[in-house]
Write a protein that binds this ligand. Structure first.
Ligand code: GDD
Ligand code: MG
Length: 364
């Protein structure tokens, strides 16, 4: 049995209703959406591996085979992956209980839609120092109403946890960052095979029982990609080197990273930061002004202009088209000369292309 001074195990929550990010994820669960051309989950796994947390369970309920077939046993990322699949969502805590066969020592839980540079080793030291049974990472946000608001005392002990309070009930801007460290004995408070949430069930219960639940405040980078705007913002932040991922070392502020098998016409102009994926073709006089991310197998026609945009895979941009502040989903064709500004263009649930607005002011 590992000693209590190590943290090697984690559960990543990748199911439930929040696992879809409309209109982007009809065909792809949110955690598989690309972040600098790699699935978001790969970045989270690499982040955990950096802290030697390598025994990782993915708690899935939506499109589980798509995730499992892509990530396999995790050896490509230097970790060992286990999978649990819920027939119907069990809630955040129910999903962890469902994975309890893998959780026999101190473990971490991560919401599968957050990106952070939180130092888990420091958080573990805090957890041990406080002799906590549960430690909740806390981050400060301007608008806490969309999150779990966490009140602590002067010793950092949690006194109240209120999930998504009304504005008039907000007492602090410190919120649940969606990362916990737990002792396995806590699992006995979670019912088996029932829908149960940390946020509305377990945390309030533990506080009532006077169990040692602590809040670990940190001030680093933190983002919940709960909207397409936040998702674009995260991609741009990485590209602009506002923070980094273990999977994208060496991205400089204005760098242009072009895969070797991509073809860029000499008359095309690319201003970084930009990432151009494998087998892309950028045609004559195309003008790309970063932050721009172009996925694999995209064709960018002549005289096009692309500015602050994210293109997934297999996209074709017709000659003379102009894109600004956009996310373009896989396999979309943008017609010649078309102007697309502050838009998401994706295949919708009928398999046909559809457009919706992207609020430019919220996209970072
Ligand atoms: N396996 C599984 N089963 N995963 C689930 C389930 C479930 O039934 N329900 C939710 N999840 C996963 C989602 O896929 C997501 O990765 C994570 O749990 C959080 O769910 P969201 O739907 O994104 O919740 P939220 O963002 O509104 O609120 C949560 O995160 C905030 C921080 O970003 C709460 O934990 C808040 O308290 C917190 O502040
Ligand atoms: Mg979320």
């Amino acid at each position: 049995m590992p000693s209590s001074s190590t943290l090697t195990k984690a559960v990543i929550l990748v199911g439930g209703h929040g696992v879809r990010l409309q209109p982007l994820s009809y065909y792809m669960p949110k955690p598989m959406m690309p972040l600098l051309n790699r699935p978001f989950l790969e970045h989270i796994i690499a982040y955990l591996a950096k802290f030697k947390v390598t025994d990782i369970t993915l708690a899935l309920s939506y499109l589980p085979e798509l995730i499992r077939s892509h990530l396999g046993d995790g050896s490509n990322l230097g970790v060992q992956l286990h999978y649990t699949v819920e027939d119907s969502p069990l809630g955040t805590a129910g999903a962890v209980k469902n994975a309890n066969r893998y959780l026999d020592s101190t473990f971490a839980v991560l919401n599968g839609d957050i990106f952070t540079d939180l130092n888990i080793a420091d958080m573990l030291a805090f957890h041990q120092h406080k002799k906590a049974k549960v430690t909740i990472a806390l981050t400060w946000v301007d608008n806490p109403c969309a999150f779990g608001v966490v009140e602590t005392d002067s010793e950092d002990r949690v006194r109240r946890f209120t999930e998504k309070p009304n504005t008039n009930k907000v007492t602090t801007h410190w919120i649940n960052a969606g990362i916990y460290i737990l002792e396995p004995e806590i699992l006995r408070h979670i019912p088996v095979s029932s829908y149960y949430m940390f946020e509305r069930g377990l945390f309030p219960l533990l506080l009532k029982l006077n169990e040692p639940v602590y809040g670990y405040p940190f001030r680093g980078y933190w983002l919940d990609m709960g909207t397409p705007e936040k998702y674009l913002c995260l991609n741009c932040d990485l590209l602009l080197a506002k923070m980094s991922s273990p999977l994208t070392p060496g991205l400089g502020q204005n760098s242009v990273c072009c895969e070797k098998d991509a073809t860029v016409h000499p008359s095309a102009k690319i201003m970084g930061p930009a990432v151009i994926g494998s087998r892309c073709q950028i045609d004559q006089r195309a003008r790309i002004e970063g932050p721009v991310i172009i996925g694999e197998d995209c064709y960018v026609g002549e005289d096009t202009s692309i500015e602050k945009a994210m293109l997934w895979q297999g996209i074709s941009i017709g000659a003379g088209a102009s894109l600004k502040g956009c996310i373009i989903g896989s396999n979309i064709r943008i017609e010649e000369g078309k102007q697309v500004t502050n838009r998401i263009v994706t295949l919708d649930h009928t398999g046909l292309p559809g457009e919706s607005c992207l609020r430019a002011d919220e996209a970072g």
